[in-house]
Design a protein around this ligand. Structure first.
Ligand code: 8YV
Length: 315
């Protein structure tokens, strides 16, 4: 039987690549030097696109694959897929929710702790001999018992909140409406009011055109010179130009970021700031979670080609 042709947008670990290659005729876009020529040569045969959260599938890619039936995303965020272009052609879209929630929440909380307690600088203090030569490391700020604000109380936001409860924090959140399954957490409708409440402001919001730059300069100023913004969602949720300015001026005290505009080529001005913790978009990056994400991506493709219901469709 001929295997369905799929377009693979970015690389996967070997444990995913091998079963994918076994089940499908995989055309690897990421290996092509001239991507447009590769799409022109292969697009007409493609029945599915396998992509990653941050890579997505734009309108040009979808247009280059006129027989595409399904786009399977390795990631919960599908904002980089042109959903309108997919819908217009009745192309189904799947993602990998749930399996990554715990790890993303863990990294967000770890980033808060690491940045608030100055752990990167402390490590350097030991290694470069400062401890021996200069004495005690400068004092940092406490985490437990302080105030947290969670912008976007979806699956990941809830898991962040549950972890913060363990630190005895005063937890507030913002979402489209109050949730009745989080009784002790305070609902604050506006992002700016939530920011004014929070010492630690977590951005855990699914990104879309509507949420673009929802964290603007006013929100940053409300988090304030003693506060911290932690972003484990998408860069587009934050006005990055305003963030750079607020961090530089000190109007915003600290940031801890796992996502950047144009990543992995982040704005070099971030590298000049010592009040920002920079992480390489790896919140879901554990062996356990990535294996589960790869499995779910393949299970969705297999279900589609077997004529079965998709496991985790978004369109
Ligand atoms: C991944 C992600 O880093 O789930 C998402 O939306 O961005 C991440 O889990 C990415 O998709 C892996 O390439």
């Amino acid at each position: 039987m001929t295997k369905p042709v799929i377009l693979q947008v970015g690389p996967y670990p070997d444990w995913d690549q091998e079963p994918l290659d076994a089940a499908f005729d995989v055309r690897k876009l990421f290996e092509a030097v001239d991507k447009a020529a590769f799409l022109a040569a292969n697009g007409s045969e493609v029945r599915a696109i396998a992509t990653r959260g941050e890579l997505g599938a734009d309108a040009d890619m979808i247009a280059a694959c006129p027989k595409c039936e399904v786009i399977s995303v390795y990631g919960v965020g599908y904002d980089a897929v042109d959903i309108d272009a997919a819908r217009a052609r009745n192309i189904r879209v799947t993602n990998t929710p749930d399996v990554l929630t715990g790890d993303v929440a863990d990294l967000g909380v770890a980033m808060m702790l690491c940045q608030s307690r100055g752990m990167i600088g402390a490590e350097r203090w030991v290694r470069d001999g400062s401890w021996a030569n200069n004495g005690l490391y400068p004092l940092k700020r406490r985490v437990f018992g302080r105030k947290a604000g969670i912008l976007g109380l979806g699956r990941i936001g809830i898991e962040v909140g549950k972890r913060l409860e363990g630190f005895g924090m005063d937890i507030a959140y913002s979402d489209l409406a109050p949730r009745d399954d989080v009784p002790d957490w305070t609902f604050i409708a506006s992002a700016q009011d939530l920011a004014a409440h929070a010492d630690f402001f977590f951005v855990t919001l699914a990104a879309s055109a509507k949420t673009r730059h929802i964290v603007n300069r006013d929100v940053m100023n409300a988090v304030g010179p003693e506060g911290m913004i932690i972003n484990i969602s998408r860069a587009s949720n934050i006005d990055e130009e305003a963030l750079l300015a607020a961090l530089k001026s000190g109007d915003l005290g600290y940031a801890a970021l796992d996502v950047f505009e144009g990543e992995p080529a982040l704005d070099p001005r971030f590298l000049e700031l010592n009040n920002v913790l920079l992480q390489p978009h790896h919140a879901s990056g554990t062996v356990e979670t990535r294996k589960a994400m790869g499995q779910l991506l393949r299970d969705n493709l297999a279900a589609h080609f077997a004529g079965n219901p998709l496991l985790t469709p978004v369109v």
